[in-house]
Ligand binder design. Structure first.
Ligand SMILES: [Zn+2]
Ligand SMILES: [Zn+2]
Length: 110
């Protein structure tokens, strides 16, 4: 990972990778051009293209309570994490509890 000086901009969170340091998509490695615009993942702060950030979800750990852009890696991690968690709960407990946890997940985002 690259390290850059603290990025101070009122409009952009400090954890976002500065625009000038983002030359290509963090996920698919395609170079950003006038046609391929860069976006920031609200979860990890990396620059990704539109194709690699199709999902919107709340990121409470970053202070985003409403659905915001996240990269596909964060999304996949989240899906795998929740899925495996639910499988374990299903095995150990009753389906009623799974439904309660699912409702909790939908409300909190994590
Ligand atoms: Zn991409
Ligand atoms: Zn990300």
């Amino acid at each position: 990972a690259r390290f850059s000086p603290p990025f101070i901009d009122a409009a952009r969170p400090a954890y976002w990778v500065p625009d000038q340091d983002i030359l290509s998509c963090h996920n698919c490695q395609r170079d950003f051009t006038a046609k391929l615009s860069k976006h920031h993942c609200r979860a990890c702060g990396q620059g990704v293209c539109d194709d690699c950030s199709p999902e919107r979800r709340p990121v409470p750990s970053r202070g985003w309570d409403h659905p915001v852009r996240v990269c596909i890696l964060i999304h996949m991690f989240h899906v795998v994490y929740v899925f495996s968690f639910l499988i374990v709960v299903l095995i150990l407990h009753k389906p009623r509890i799974v439904l309660k946890l699912l409702a909790f997940h939908l409300i909190t985002g994590f």
